[in-house]
Design a protein around this ligand. Structure first.
Ligand code: UDP
Ligand code: MG
Length: 333
């Protein structure tokens, strides 16, 4: 569930700032990077990224979104902004809202005709960005990177593979690797994503829905330069739930169908048992309990699923802000 702030005023301050910055007309490329406790990566990241972007000889901006880091990330971003305020903008959240929410906040502020997303940990090399841009020039409106040789832990790689195939099955959206953040979009797709005011965190899948001519290309994938993955099992389960319930009613429908099958089966089972009793067969109660537990578990799962949808409807109706921005650093024109 997205975090909720009671402070509506801060949301309106944020809306005003969106109006203000969207006047910056002639930016060609915007790069959006979410960061959560990435103090060990920032120096190398900014060095390699800005070098690559400078070499393109196009007007660009990099929007760093600090997702409530508790380490030196905010201070280091401030230093970077002071050094390169011609291209760097920094959005600082007042808490940790998650990688995808941070990217969404960046999307609300982009000015470029093309928007690129990238992780801060250098697992996807920034040097790949020109390859993505080349494909956009060829006429594709969305270029998705997929990690040809993924360099992550066994757990992280296989957990993602499972989430990827669930996503493909439930949403029917064709994309090779929704977890790879090295992607380039034409601005109109980002505008559509922002318009949805979606709380689901799967913006890559959401953007894919709006693209008319997408392509997937292989991109390099290295080990993290420093630190460990910012995802733990709980965060992975959360985003999988977001994915499942954010895109369709299929999980609810599956639940209804399973419910129907189980109740018909238990009806038949009941009559068989009744018949056995009538003709005088004796047996233990183990099977009965097993069956009862099965029914109960399906019921609890269903209640949980219903709760997810209800929660979504609740947040949509309340129009709670999805995130609260503490500070924006950007050059005043
Ligand atoms: N991240 C974030 N908020 C979070 C978790 C991660 O902004 O709550 C950022 C993180 O700093 C990195 C990117 O999202 O730039 C991807 O995170 P990570 O590398 O930990 O994910 P993985 O590579 O394991 O998928
Ligand atoms: Mg990573």
């Amino acid at each position: 569930m997205p975090r909720v702030s009671k402070n509506k005023k801060e949301e309106s301050v944020k809306m005003e700032s969106i109006k203000k910055v969207s006047d910056k007309g002639d930016v060609a490329i915007s790069v959006v990077i979410p960061l959560f406790n990435e103090e060990e990566s920032i120096d190398l990241l900014s060095e390699r990224l800005l070098k690559t972007m400078d070499a393109l000889k196009k007007k660009y901006e990099v929007i760093f979104v600090d997702d409530g880091s508790g380490d030196k990330t905010p201070q280091m971003l401030r230093n970077l902004f002071e050094k390169r305020s011609d291209v760097v903008r920094v959005i600082t959240f007042n808490g940790n809202y998650g990688q995808y929410v941070a990217i969404l906040a960046g999307f609300e502020h982009v000015c470029g005709d093309i928007v690129v997303t990238l992780d801060a940990d250098l697992q996807n090399p920034p040097e790949e960005i020109p390859n993505l841009l080349k494909k956009i020039d060829e006429g594709y409106d969305l270029v998705g990177g997929y990690r040809a040789k993924r360099q992550d832990s066994f757990f992280r790689t296989y957990a993602s593979k499972i989430v990827n195939s669930i996503r493909a099955g439930v949403t029917g959206i064709e994309m090779k690797d929704h977890g790879c953040m090295l992607r380039a979009y034409k601005k109109f797709i980002i505008d559509e994503v922002v318009k949805t005011r979606e709380t689901s965190t799967f913006i890559t899948a959401l953007a894919q829905k709006f693209a008319g001519n997408p392509i997937d290309i292989p991109v390099a994938h290295d080990e993290r330069v420093a630190g460990g993955s910012k995802y733990n099992l709980y965060k992975l389960i959360r985003i999988t739930f977001d994915l499942l319930t954010g895109f369709s009613l299929v999980p609810l429908q599956v639940f209804t169908i399973v419910g129907m099958i189980i109740s018909s089966a238990s009806g038949i089972y009941f009559f068989v048992e009744l018949f056995k009793k009538v003709i005088g067969h004796h047996h233990g109660y183990g099977l009965h309990f097993a069956f009862l537990f099965l029914l109960l578990s399906v019921l609890i799962l269903g209640v949980g699923l219903l709760g997810e949808y209800l929660g979504r409807a609740y947040f949509a109706v309340c129009e709670h802000p999805r995130f609260v921005i503490r500070e924006i650093l950007e050059k005043k024109d």
